[in-house]
Every structure is written in C-alpha cells, then in structure tokens.
Design a protein around this ligand. Structure first.
Ligand SMILES: Nc1ncnc2c1ncn2[C@@H]1O[C@H](COP(=O)(O)OP(=O)(O)OP(=O)(O)O)[C@@H](O)[C@H]1O
Ligand SMILES: [Mg+2]
Length: 230
C-alpha cells in the first residue's frame, strides 16, 4: 500500500492497484450513483454493465481524468487525480491513460496512417504494426478515415489508443459497432495488451458475453456499483 495515500473511511490503494476510486458519487438532473469504490489492478480487466442512462460513461469519464466527481476521490500513481494542477492532469491523460470513446473521434480528412501517427508523435513510440495487423486494419492505412465503415473506424480508434502504450485503458462500448467475430478479435487485442503490458483495462459494455471475457464484472444498478459473476 502506498503509505502516503490513505483514505481511512473507504477503499484504499493496494500494492498492485493502478487506480483506486473511493466513495464516488455523481449527479446530473438526478443522482446517477453513490458510494462507488473500485480498484483497478495491474493486468486486470474490468467490465461494467448497466442499462442506458445508469451512468456508465459518466463513471468512465470520472476515472479517466475527464470529469471531477461531485463526491469521492480517484487515486492514480501516488496522487489524487482531481487535486493536482491542470498541467499534471494533462500529463497523466497524455502519457498514462488511453480513452476509447463511445463515439470515436478520428481526424476526418486524414488517412488511417496519419491518424495513427499522432499517437507515435505524442508517445515517441514507433508505429507498432503488430497492433495494426491484429486489429485487421493494415490494408486501410492509406485510406481516408471517412471512407471506412463504422467498425473499421472503431478499430482505428482502438489502435490509436494502444499505440500510445497507456498504463490504463478506458473503453466505452469498444465493440458496440462490431459483429461478434470482430468484437471477439478486438477483445483479444485489448486483453492481450493488458496482460503483456501489465496495464489495466476498464470497459463499458451492454454485452454480457463480452463482459464475461474480463477478469471481473460489475453492474451499475439502483445507483450502486455491484460486483457480478457471469
Ligand atoms: N454532461 C452532462 N450534462 C447533463 N446530463 C448528463 C451529462 N452527461 C450525462 N448526462 C446524463 O446522465 C445520465 C447518464 O448518462 P451516461 O452517459 O453516463 O449513461 P450510460 O450508462 O453511459 O448510458 P448509455 O448506455 O446510453 O451510453 C443520462 O441521463 C444523461 O443524459
Ligand atoms: Mg454510455
């Protein structure tokens, strides 16, 4: 346990934990959830299920540095995420965290290769063609992303995140646009990455079959986050 990070009232960060969320609550027009505690460990994949509107994306945004919770703490590395300055927050988001959004934000008007090279530019890593091949987008590299199908665009956005080599990946419905076979291929890539890089994976999905492939599953229901066995 990190000796300097202690929240006596709630969950604590343990030795293998990459991120620890403690006592999170958040509301918009109504309360979405409260008392959410979660540890994400190295090499651990976590799936969150829940009906539309239950707050899955909101929870993902809170954990991934994008949204300060109304109540609660998120600890990453040795610091409370939302108590650090904007510059540090930007560094964590750039260097350590990869976010695959529910609607992928690719640079339209640019080729697949150009979209991927942005990650290399940010991280200083070379474009890893293994990842590109595993996601079956190697034949699209010279195409403009606007010409690709929704599923292909989704895989480009996943490749772009993985090429950054993040310590933690947050993926909001990463297989939402994909057929079952391609969805499973994408899960293979995400799960392999997590194990091989001692990273953490947090995905939101509607699909129990996809959630079942993760180490641990939770459901957002009745404003709480419950552990579920599938
Ligand atoms: N920035 C915002 N401002 C106001 N309300 C918001 C905001 N973001 C989300 N909400 C509301 O909070 C609720 C939960 O939204 P959220 O996107 O977290 O749900 P979700 O579980 O991811 O749903 P889905 O499965 O449809 O993606 C919704 O009612 C949504 O309209
Ligand atoms: Mg959502």
């Amino acid at each position: 346990m990190d000796r300097d990070i202690k929240d006596q009232s709630h969950l604590q960060k343990d030795a293998k934990s990459l991120m620890c969320a403690s006592n999170l609550s958040h509301s918009f027009e109504y309360k979405l959830f409260e008392n959410v505690d979660l540890n994400i460990h190295q090499r651990e994949s976590i799936a969150v299920l829940g009906v539309s509107g239950s707050g899955k994306s909101t929870l993902l945004h809170i954990l991934s540095t994008l949204l300060k919770p109304h109540v609660g703490k998120v600890i990453f590395d040795k610091g409370y995420i939302y108590e650090q300055g904007a510059k540090k927050l930007l560094e964590i988001r750039r260097d350590d965290i990869g976010i695959i959004f529910q609607s992928h934000y690719l640079f339209k008007g640019f080729t697949v290769k150009e979209n991927l090279e942005i990650s290399s530019l940010i991280s200083g890593n070379k474009l890893d063609l293994e990842i590109v091949k595993k996601l079956k987008i190697e034949d699209t590299l010279s195409q403009n992303v606007a010409e690709l199908s929704g599923g292909q665009q989704q895989r480009v956005s996943i490749a772009r995140v993985l090429l950054k080599k993040p310590k933690l990946i947050f993926a909001d419905e990463p297989t939402g646009n994909l057929d079952m076979q391609t969805a499973n291929d994408v899960m293979d890539v995400l799960l392999d990455y997590t194990k091989q890089n001692s990273a953490g994976l947090f995905i939101v999905t509607h699909d129990e079959k996809i959630a079942k492939r993760c180490d641990n599953s939770y459901r957002l229901q009745d404003k709480r986050l419950y552990s579920v066995s599938l």
